[in-house]
Design a protein. Structure first.
Length: 179
């Protein structure tokens, strides 16, 4: 006796219908996310790790377009004396935004460490731009061109790490990994 194939077609058709609905739903969700990509999200700063990384609750944030000295990274002043430029950069950021401060951030990307790459503002001021202008962060040219002019101005004025000699943070991190 042969089994009837009548039931098989409706099951395949139903499966294709469900797959189509899921695909359409995913496309609509991505489109909605794209429309909200430029929206500013209000966040409360819960901790500041270093000059380019902070937290807002469980969210780990990395400021877009800048690279700041690492906490343990030394720099050298005009007299070639070492100083803790990473800690000074972090402390500068803490003077700009304190723990508990309300900031507005735009989510731009997510990095390989699952940190949100964000452009953030405090009282309408771009936080990353403030760090670069003060000389406590560099324009991270590998990822963005946004802060190159501010970096040149800080260098010419001898602000922050530009007061003496330093190793670019990206190079310093690479050197530390090779030790």
């Amino acid at each position: 006796m042969h089994k009837s194939r009548k039931c098989r077609f409706p099951k395949i058709a139903l499966a294709w219908l469900i797959l189509g609905m899921v695909a359409l739903s995913s496309t609509q969700t991505l489109a909605a996310n794209d429309q909200n990509a430029n929206a500013l999200e209000k966040l409360t700063v819960t901790s500041i790790w270093d000059a380019d990384s902070l937290r807002a609750g469980a969210l780990r944030l990395r400021l877009h377009g800048i690279d700041a000295p690492e906490l343990k990274q030394p720099c050298f002043n005009k007299a070639n004396q070492p100083y803790d430029c990473g800690k000074m950069a972090r402390d500068f950021l803490r003077s700009v935004i304190e723990t508990g401060a309300q900031i507005e951030c735009q989510h731009l990307d997510t990095d390989r460490y699952r940190r949100l790459i964000v452009r953030c503002f405090h009282h309408g001021q771009d936080i990353a731009a403030q760090l670069v202008r003060a000389g406590w962060a560099l324009a991270y040219r590998r990822y963005a061109k946004d802060y190159i002019v501010a970096e040149k101005q800080a260098a010419e004025a001898g602000h922050g790490i530009w007061q003496g000699n330093f190793t670019r943070p990206e190079i310093w991190r690479r050197q530390q990994r090779q030790k």
